[in-house]
Design a protein around this ligand. Structure first.
Ligand code: FNR
Length: 361
């Protein structure tokens, strides 16, 4: 009989059993010493609650909006590449789960199903994540294909001028799976037999010259709103507002890029303050519990995104597993709200949490 996972760690364990080591390591791993990987999760555990009592919490409402789209809860799906490594139905299964849970899926441009296949598989609200390539024409074509088939926003990943050093992938000689979006556009073959083929491929194609001025170029090729993913400082948050993007994602790429970058939850508040409510601020990195979602919202995030938990659900049980992962976090968030005395997301306030910095005051 299949084990019914009761928390995210148990989903991760099922994923480990289901996957070949090379793929499991690819999904779970972080960069170099994996300091940030550990901290992304542990930083949440250093934030404590200041719950309120004797409030009527008989009805809890988790619904919210992001860029005007109605979501059943503030839990969105982060872009992660290569879903067919986790399950043969790949990103189509993930999109169907997003649709069933009424949330937004951000499709990675490094997907193993095409933007069109995912679009026609279900009516999920979809954003499209973009890396900018040396071949700008390829990036432009991807953006335009996504726009044509109904993606609602472009998420520009800005923390990846080169791929971070993921040592497990180097050891495993991680292969590049078929990245379907590039078919007929550019070769995904790499010459290298050494180390991570994915890293070799990425360093061939990614454009390290990408800079703030290129937001103008991106705006010139699409009418879709643009979000910048990878903001970790107040300074860059102000720049993002200045260049006129529609939103920010506080992210360290799930600790896969710069090791010793701060855990995202520890910098959220300063980013939120710098943005001053002008555009929505989202967060990803280390969300494994409904309590984590609550903490991010209390510190000013409009919503959060989950990366690895989706892959664990997908590897363990396909579409159904992704659905259950989202539902599990949603149920945990509902319980946290109930126990903190919050009936709706707008009731979640800064005063409901105590950060390590608060304890020093
Ligand atoms: C990612 N992430 C990522 N980000 C991105 O912008 N484009 C991508 O193609 C990928 N691919 C990818 C693959 C895998 C296997 C992982 C684990 C992550 C980063 C992702 O969007 C997100 O920032 C993190 O995954 C969030 O952290 P958690 O939820 O995994 O802790």
């Amino acid at each position: 009989m299949a084990i019914e996972p009761i928390n995210m760690n148990e989903f991760q364990e099922l994923a480990k059993q289901a996957l070949p080591k090379m793929y499991y390591d690819y999904h779970t791993g972080g960069a170099e010493d994996q300091y940030t990987l550990k901290e992304n999760v542990e930083a949440f555990s250093r934030i404590l609650f200041q719950p309120r009592i004797l409030l009527d919490v008989s009805r809890i409402n988790l619904s919210t909006t992001v860029l005007g789209y109605n979501l059943s809860s503030p839990i969105m799906l982060a872009p992660t590449g290569c879903h067919k490594l986790a399950h043969p139905e790949g990103e189509i299964a993930t999109a169907r789960a997003a649709a069933a849970c009424k949330t937004i899926m951000v499709l990675s441009c490094m997907s193993t199903c095409t933007v069109e296949e995912v679009a026609s598989s279900c009516d999920a609200i979809r954003f499209f994540q973009l890396y900018v390539y040396r071949r700008r024409d390829v990036s432009a074509q991807l953006v335009q294909r996504a726009e044509r088939c109904g993606y609602k926003a472009i998420v520009l990943t800005a923390d990846t001028p080169r791929l971070g050093r993921r040592e497990a992938d180097i050891k495993n000689k991680m292969i590049t799976p078929e990245l379907k979006n590039f078919e007929g556009l550019m070769s995904t073959e790499v010459d290298s037999e050494k180390g991570s083929q994915l890293e070799a491929f990425a360093s061939e194609i990614l454009d390290p010259s990408l800079s703030w001025k290129d937001i103008g170029w991106l705006k010139s090729i699409t009418n879709l709103p643009i979000l910048i993913k990878g903001v970790l400082t107040a300074e860059d948050a102000v720049k993002a507002v200045d260049v006129g993007v529609a939103g920010i994602i506080v992210s360290n790429h799930g600790a896969r890029q710069l090791d010793y970058a701060p855990p995202t939850i520890s910098v959220l508040e300063e980013v939120v303050q710098a943005v001053g409510g002008k555009i929505p601020v989202l967060l990803d990195g280390g969300i494994r519990r409904g309590t984590d979602v609550f903490k991010a919202l209390a510190l000013g995030a409009q919503a959060v995104l989950i990366g690895r938990p989706v892959l664990y659900g997908l590897a363990a049980m396909g579409e159904n597993g992704v659905r259950r992962v989202i539902e599990m976090l949603r149920d945990e968030l509902e319980l946290t709200m109930t126990l903190c005395g919050c009936c709706s997301l707008k009731d979640i306030a800064r005063s409901h949490v105590q950060t390590p910095r608060d304890r020093l005051r």
